[in-house]
Write a protein that binds this ligand. Structure first.
Ligand SMILES: CSCC[C@H](NC(C)=O)C(=O)O
Ligand SMILES: [Zn+2]
Ligand SMILES: [Zn+2]
Length: 394
C-alpha cells in the first residue's frame, strides 16, 4: 500500500495545526496522524474529518499517465491513484481549513483531522485500533465525516450506512475417476450446481437494481472472484470457488447464512464453506442484530447542517444512500457515532480502484468550498447533540 502520511504533517505545520503529541502508531510503521484546530469552547464535543492515506495498487502499464505523477491534462483532469480515493478529500479538508483561517474564522468546537492507514485492507491496524483507543475517546467526537463516492451527475452523493463484505469460499469434494466417463457426484458437478444457484440469486438481486426498485447498496451482491480445481485427468476429487459478497445492513444475515449452508454449499452434495473475515458480518449490525445506520432526518442535526452547507456552497445533494462497498465509517458507526460518507465529486465518473483514476481540478476546487461551508457550520453548532456510547454498552 502506498502511504504519504509525512505530507500531512508538513501541511499541519504550515496551517499551525497541533500535531506532535497526537500522532500514534497503534501498529508499528502504520501511523495514524491526528491534527487539531482548537475550538473556542473545547468542552463541546468535537468534529472529526477522517481520511485514509493508503491507496490500492496500480497496473502502471494500463494507465495513460504515470499513476503517481498527478498529471494535469488540457481538460483540467488530474490523473493519479488516490485522486478520488481519497487523497482528494484529505487535501480538501486541509485547504478548506487554510481558507477558513485566512478569512479569520474561529471554530467553537474543536476540529480533528485523522489520516489513517490500511482502509483498503480492512482498517484493522488503522481506523479500528484508533476507534478502540483512549486517544479517540479523549477526542470526545460528536460527528465523523469520511469518504463517499464520485457522482457522474450533478448531485453529490452522501452515505449513511454501508454494506458488509463476506468473503465466501465453497469447497466441493466428489468421486474421482476417468475423464472420459460420465458419472454422478463429481466435485466439479457438485460445485457447478452451487455456482448455478449463486448465479440465480445474483440475477434476482441485480434485477431489483436494474428495475430501479432498489439502490446498489440495498441488495446483496455476489461476484465469483476465483475458481480452483484439478488437472485435465483424472476427474478431480476437489474443487472450490471464491465469492465476494456484500450484505446490506437491512438484510437478514442469518437467512443468508442459511442459504449458503443449505443451497450453495449443502453437505448433502459433499460441500463445505468458509466465510473469511466472518467477524465483520456484525460490523453493520449492532449486538442486537439491529442495522447500524446514521439518521438522515431531522433527528440528526448533522445531516440537516450538511444539506444546508452544500446548498450554501451552490452544490446539489442527491438522496442519501447505502455505500455499496466498505469504508472506515463502519467503525465509528459501531461506536454509536453518526458518520456520513461524503466526497464532493459531482460530474465525475466513478473511477476508484480503476485504471486512469482522475478528478477534474474544478471539481476538486469546488469541493474545497463545500467543505468550507460544512466545517464552518459544524464547528459553529453549539447545541448539545449525542455522546459516544461507552465501550461497555457495545
Ligand atoms: C473490507 S476491506 C476493503 C475495502 C474496500 N473499500 C472500498 C471503498 O472499495 C472494499 O469494499 O472492497
Ligand atoms: Zn477509500
Ligand atoms: Zn478504496
Amino acid at each position: 500500500m502506498h502511504k504519504q502520511p509525512i505530507s500531512c504533517l508538513s501541511q499541519a505545520r504550515d496551517l499551525s495545526l497541533e500535531s506532535s503529541d497526537q500522532t500514534k502508531e497503534f501498529v508499528q510503521g502504520k501511523p495514524v496522524i491526528l491534527l487539531k484546530w482548537l475550538g473556542s469552547n473545547p468542552e463541546l464535543p468535537s468534529i472529526l474529518l477522517n481520511s485514509h492515506t493508503d491507496v490500492v495498487p496500480v497496473e502502471q502499464e494500463k494507465w495513460s499517465h504515470h499513476p503517481f505523477g498527478a498529471h494535469l491534462d488540457r481538460q483540467g483532469n488530474i490523473y493519479a491513484r488516490g485522486s478520488q480515493d481519497m487523497k482528494c478529500v484529505g487535501m480538501q479538508y486541509l485547504e478548506a481549513i487554510r481558507k477558513l483561517k485566512a478569512s479569520g474564522f474561529e471554530p467553537v468546537r474543536s476540529i480533528y483531522l485523522s489520516f489513517v492507514p490500511d482502509e483498503e485492507i480492512g482498517g484493522h491496524d488503522g481506523a479500528e485500533k484508533f476507534v478502540d483507543s483512549d486517544v479517540f475517546k479523549n477526542l470526545n467526537v460528536d460527528i465523523v465525516l469520511d469518504e463517499g463516492l464520485a457522482s457522474p451527475d450533478e448531485y453529490y452523493r452522501a452515505y449513511y450506512a454501508e454494506r458488509c463484505p463476506w468473503w465466501l469460499v465453497i469447497k466441493a469434494t466428489g468421486q474421482p475417476g476417468h475423464g472420459a466417463k460420465l458419472f454422478d457426484n463429481t466435485a466439479m458437478e457438485n460445485l457447478l450446481k452451487s455456482i448455478e444457484s449463486v448465479r440465480r440469486f445474483r440475477a434476482s438481486q441485480f434485477d431489483l437494481v436494474k428495475a430501479g426498485l432498489k439502490g446498489e447498496g440495498e441488495v446483496v451482491s455476489v461476484n465469483m472472484v476465483f475458481l480452483k480445481a484439478g488437472t485435465p485427468s483424472p476427474t478431480p476429487s476437489e474443487a472450490e470457488a471464491g465469492f465476494d459478497i456484500r450484505v446490506p445492513p437491512t438484510a437478514d444475515p442469518e437467512s443468508l447464512e442459511r442459504r449458503i449452508s443449505e443451497e450453495w454449499a449443502p453437505s448433502s452434495r459433499n460441500m463445505t464453506f468458509e466465510l473469511g473475515q466472518f467477524k465483520q458480518k456484525v460490523s453493520v449490525h449492532d449486538k442486537f442484530g439491529k442495522p447500524v445506520l446514521t439518521a438522515t432526518d431531522s433527528s440528526n442535526p448533522w445531516w440537516t447542517l450538511l444539506e444546508e452547507a452544500i446548498r450554501k456552497a451552490n452544490g446539489k445533494l442527491g438522496k442519501p444512500k447505502i455505500f455499496p462497498a466498505s469504508t472506515d465509517a463502519r467503525y465509528f458507526r459501531q461506536r454509536g457515532l453518526p458518520a456520513i460518507g461524503f466526497s464532493p465529486m459531482a460530474n465525475t465518473p466513478i473511477l476508484l480502484h480503476d485504471h486512469n483514476e482522475f478528478l477534474n481540478k474544478d471539481e476538486y476546487l469546488k469541493g474545497i468550498d463545500v467543505y468550507v461551508e460544512i466545517i464552518k457550520s459544524y464547528a459553529s453548532y453549539v447545541e448539545h447533540t449525542r455522546k459516544e456510547a461507552s465501550r461497555d454498552e457495545l
